[in-house]
Design a protein around this ligand. Structure first.
Ligand SMILES: [Zn+2]
Length: 521
């Protein structure tokens, strides 16, 4: 007998195969393609049992998801939900990005139809699952398949407290340790669905990141007996392996692949005997878009395109980014502008922001919403943290670990920011500040020059620093940041602040380029 599990994770609102950089639909990913692939899998007669799982991060990420949040009407949200209901997922796990627009917004996406499994996000008063149920047993022809739902517990380090009020985030590992033995008693096959990834190398067991609890997959895999299948996500990695007899999947992101697990088993007197497990990542590129879902999403897709093409204003001067690495090394007018906007909004002394990914192209002469969201795809608000001169230096030392030198003595990105998950958004550039990093020096000793308004920064100086709230509450693990350290907040979304600033100040002149240097040899 065969159980077939079909998995998506981290689809991030990419329903159709477009990144919305332009109006062409040419991508090799998307839920419409995945839907066709799933229908074809269902039409085959190579299985006895089939379950479809959405492993989280599905309401945020694309321009369509941004527009949906802006529009925020019941009927538009229903259409978005209908996309997933059409595919007919048997279980849904929430991801960390589901909380980006607040718990109240999320509630509109986790209704009865979506069958949410959640064992570790608790109501802080009742200590029960705050939504959904911890697990579900799917009984098909006398065989019981148990699914447990878990989400990365690190969410309070990325979200403003008011967005997650009343929720208590428990370690996924602790909750798996509690629930898996109970599930094992009830079910013949145990599947853990975890919106989280692996903190250690799967072969060597060496840590691949700071062990903060953001990802606990390795611990769950190696320390909790009784798991047959471990479905993961969050890191956007492509993983399909069987390790210690446990089938493991992580299917990338944007539905570029779907995960397929096949468990071959036979029924016995006492339960089942598992003969074989197969895992596979299948590219969705060859599949046509599902016409039903294209039609369903059509109005929202069209409105998104029109929203993106709104003309906001123009810039006078070169705000483009031709090479993101070069822009991180030398600075860029685009980054100065974002920092200038953050300073204007917060009245802080200093501001920091990042080139969020390597798709960022800066701004062309005539700026549209499309340009802004291409550079700034994450929903984010602003926060201010007060730092002493010494703390500012420590923060900069942390930023300086972003770079290393290669064999040719050229500056490169520290691999820790690229693998296993790209974290280019964690390198902040400060403005207005005159500073130099000496990359030839070891970590912690790289800030060579640090002046503010022509004066050397003293340890006792005080600065108000404007940051994204993601950074301010702890994203990127900078020292001295944290929800408790925030003194002031601006709750308008960053993309909207940028759009408004460009409208109000068009044509945008070049801000004073900040003095920022990287030194090598
Ligand atoms: Zn994700």
């Amino acid at each position: 007998m065969k159980l077939k599990l079909l998995l998506t994770s981290d689809s991030h609102g990419f329903i159709r195969p477009t990144t919305y950089q332009n109006r062409k639909i040419t991508g090799d990913f998307g839920i419409t393609k995945l839907a066709t692939a799933f229908s074809q899998e269902e039409a085959k007669d190579d299985y006895d049992y089939l379950l479809k799982i959405n492993n989280g991060d599905f309401i945020q990420g694309s321009a369509l998801a941004t527009y949906l949040n802006k529009k925020n009407t019941l009927s538009a949200i229903q259409r978005f939900n209908d996309v997933f209901n059409t595919i007919g997922f048997d279980a849904t796990i929430v991801g960390n990005h589901e909380f980006n627009y607040g718990f109240d917004y999320l509630k509109q996406f986790i209704n009865q139809d979506s069958q949410v499994l959640n064992a570790n996000i608790l109501n802080s008063e009742t200590k029960q699952s705050a939504f959904g149920k911890p697990y579900q047993i799917y009984e098909q022809a006398g065989v019981k398949i148990g699914l447990l739902g878990l989400t990365t517990a690190y969410i309070p380090n990325w979200e403003q407290p008011q967005k997650i009020a009343g929720l208590q985030f428990e370690s996924a590992y602790d909750m798996a340790k509690k629930w898996v033995p109970l599930l094992k008693q009830e079910a013949d096959i145990v599947v853990v669905c975890y919106h989280g990834g692996f903190e250690r190398d799967l072969q060597t067991g060496k840590p691949t990141e700071a062990l903060t609890g953001e990802n606990e997959g390795y611990q769950i895999l190696t320390k909790i007996p009784g798991i047959d299948v471990l479905l993961t996500g969050h890191q956007h990695r492509q993983i399909a392996e069987v390790i210690n007899g446990v089938a493991i999947i992580q299917p990338g992101y944007r539905a570029q692949f779907y995960g397929k697990v096949e468990v071959d088993f036979e029924k016995t007197q006492t339960g089942v005997k598992i003969n074989d497990k197969k895992v596979e990542l299948v590219p969705t590129q060859p599949f046509a878009e599902s016409k039903a879902i294209v039609d369903l999403i059509k109005p929202l897709h069209q409105e998104t395109e029109d929203f993106l093409d709104q003309k906001l204003g123009q810039v006078a001067g070169d705000f483009t980014i031709s090479n993101p690495l070069q822009a991180r090394i030398e600075g860029s007018h685009y980054i100065d502008l974002i920092n200038q906007i953050q300073l204007t909004e917060t009245k802080a002394d200093l501001s920091a922001t990042a080139i969020l990914n390597d798709q960022a192209k800066g701004l062309p002469q005539f700026v549209t919403m499309r340009d802004i969201l291409s550079n700034y795809p994450f929903p984010n608000t602003l926060a201010v943290i007060e730092l002493t001169g010494q703390q500012l230096r420590n923060v900069l030392e942390h930023a300086a670990t972003f770079f290393d030198l290669d064999d040719q003595n050229e500056i490169k990105i520290n691999p820790a920011f690229c693998k296993p998950k790209p974290q280019l958004y964690n390198y902040d550039m400060f403005y207005p500040l005159d500073y130099t990093f000496d990359i030839t020096q070891p970590y912690g000793k790289r800030v060579a020059k640090l002046n503010y308004q022509q004066q050397e920064v003293k340890p006792s100086d005080k600065f108000k620093v404007a940051l994204s709230q993601y950074r301010a509450v702890g994203g990127g693990n900078y020292p001295h940041y944290g929800a408790d350290a925030i003194s002031y907040e601006v709750s308008t979304d960053m993309a909207e602040l940028i759009a408004q600033y460009i409208k109000d100040n068009s044509p945008i002149k070049l801000p004073k380029h900040f003095d920022y240097k990287l030194k090598k040899a």
